[in-house]
Design a protein around this ligand. Structure first.
Ligand SMILES: [Zn+2]
Length: 382
């Protein structure tokens, strides 16, 4: 089982208060026990990471630049907006993890791919803060549509001019709720996909195509630069709702990292995203509970659900003969009120992802208690 680590250095413009020596101590502690196959670092453009990078290079660890493509890069450039079915711009969304508003741009419009590439070249590739050749790979995050975090209206997107003229989008009347318990008419979850009513299926097919097209373009750009590619993806059962189709995306990447965050009460965290789905369709409490029960029963969330998600991804890789590695993201950090990660939880997580090729200790080395790191190492290498 390979081990990698993730390090958040602050948002695009404001560096985090990173204790460099503490990071180095943690990395050295891990190196005493095992190799680190990759370090995913981002996404502050001015972060001072030379000494960390030097240690990683000396130990043969690949360094990946972590980029939030269709979301937080908007702090560095103006992107074409994401438009709802009513023709209005999707409003900014609140992320409880960093207590900040964030937004998504249209992930389908090729103009936004060009802008994201410009941002990479101007602020990261040619930045004086990053030595030439420092990065071995690129770690693409926020490569998706928004989830149900802003309600149903954020999911019924994008209806910008580009999307309306290039894709088959459902009309509003095709998206009427079947019932409040099961508004999208979901009847099954099989092979990482949902069977559901034709209108919603059309919507999610469009999203899957749009994200794939954009990523094909982005990945070929980064490949030409000689960079390895890792994709940061939602867990399959919620990835479907944001346009991340594992069947399409697996072939683009060297590594895929499903975020199997069972404790995180923030975007991509399973409890958080399940709740955003259940609250999205109306404000009635009883309906929300019924929707939650229906969804969880359909995907068979109980028991060894995480293991089944991992096996489902693995099966698609094997069936298609891809050589993509499956490195699962599990939370090792502890963040008060947001990620209550205990040693017991770490042990359970590791047991449930044993069929993966690797683990990426997520989502931030800075906020990982040493006791959690020790627990991870004991579980993996004792
Ligand atoms: Zn659009």
């Amino acid at each position: 089982m390979e081990l990698s680590v993730q390090l958040f250095t602050g948002n695009a413009v404001t560096p985090a208060q990173t204790d460099i020596q503490e990071i180095i101590n943690k990395l050295n502690r891990i190196y005493e026990r095992t190799e680190i196959s990759g370090a995913y670092i981002g996404w502050n453009k001015d972060a001072e990471i030379h000494s960390i990078a030097e240690l990683l290079k000396d130990n043969g660890t690949d360094i990946y630049l972590w980029l939030p493509v269709f979301s937080e890069l908007s702090l560095l450039a103006e992107f074409e907006p994401l438009i709802g079915i009513d023709g209005r711009k999707i409003k900014k969304l609140y992320n409880p993890a960093d207590e900040e508003l964030f937004s998504f741009c249209c992930p389908a419009n090729p103009k936004n791919i060009e802008i994201a590439i410009d941002v990479f070249e101007k602020h990261y590739e040619n930045s004086k803060n990053y030595a030439k050749g420092m990065f071995d790979g690129i770690f693409l995050d926020k490569i998706r549509f928004p989830s149900f975090i802003g309600g149903l209206s954020t999911v019924t997107s994008c209806y910008c001019d580009y999307c309306r003229s290039h894709f088959d989008l459902p009309e509003k009347n095709e998206l009427s709720a079947e019932s409040m318990e099961n508004p999208m008419g979901i009847t099954a979850y099989e092979d990482l996909c949902y069977k559901m009513n034709p209108g919603y299926r059309k919507l999610f097919d469009y999203k899957a195509k749009a994200i794939y097209n954009s990523l094909e373009h982005l990945c070929s750009y980064f490949r030409e630069k000689g960079l390895k590619i890792c994709l940061d993806l939602f867990a399959p059962f919620i990835a479907f709702f944001v346009g991340q189709d594992y069947h399409r995306l697996l072939k683009l990447a060297d590594i895929v990292k499903p975020m199997l965050y069972n404790k995180t009460n923030a975007p991509a965290g399973l409890p958080f995203e399940i709740n955003t789905y259940t609250k999205a369709f109306d404000s009635n409490e009883e309906n929300a509970i019924a929707r939650k029960v229906h969804l969880l029963e359909t995907v068979d969330y109980y028991g060894n659900f995480i293991e089944k998600e991992v096996d489902g991804i693995k099966e698609v890789i094997v069936r298609n003969g891809f050589d993509t590695k499956l490195h699962v993201g599990i939370e090792i950090n502890y963040v008060k009120d947001i990620a209550h990660v205990t040693e017991k939880y770490i042990k359970e997580s590791i047991a449930s992802v044993k069929n993966a090729d690797g683990i990426i200790a997520s989502w931030n080395l800075s906020t990982m208690p040493l006791s959690n790191i020790e627990c991870l190492l004991d579980e993996l290498y004792d």
